[in-house]
Design a protein around this ligand. Structure first.
Ligand SMILES: [Cu+2]
Length: 104
């Protein structure tokens, strides 16, 4: 019986691990692409700079979440989302760059 329970626990664990995803948002030509991303609770977004120069950040300013480190070309930054909601963010040095994450 114990062995069966362990097997069930392991199966459940592997399902929950497999279902959490990393979704990329590209930073290119002074934009977040796409600028709106829908994900599931537990997923993460990885922002990656595909620029040739300069740097950007991801800053959930209204939420009071700390601004990311500067992302130079080919650098990335990741955030996991555990609570459903709409999360609006900007780029610190270029506040006209705006994006939105919708967590379902
Ligand atoms: Cu920027």
């Amino acid at each position: 019986m114990r062995r069966v329970l362990v097997a069930i626990a392991l199966a459940t664990l592997s399902i929950s691990v497999a279902s959490a995803a990393d979704i990329e948002v590209r930073i290119e030509k002074m934009k977040f692409v796409p600028d709106e991303t829908r994900i599931k609770k537990g997923d993460s977004i990885v922002w990656k700079s595909h620029e040739k120069r300069g740097y950007h950040t991801v800053w959930f300013k209204d939420e009071g979440y700390p601004e990311s480190e500067p992302m130079f070309p080919d650098e990335s930054w990741k955030r996991k989302f555990d609570k459903p909601g709409t999360y609006v963010y900007i780029c610190g040095p270029h506040p006209e760059m705006v994006g939105r994450v919708i967590v379902e």
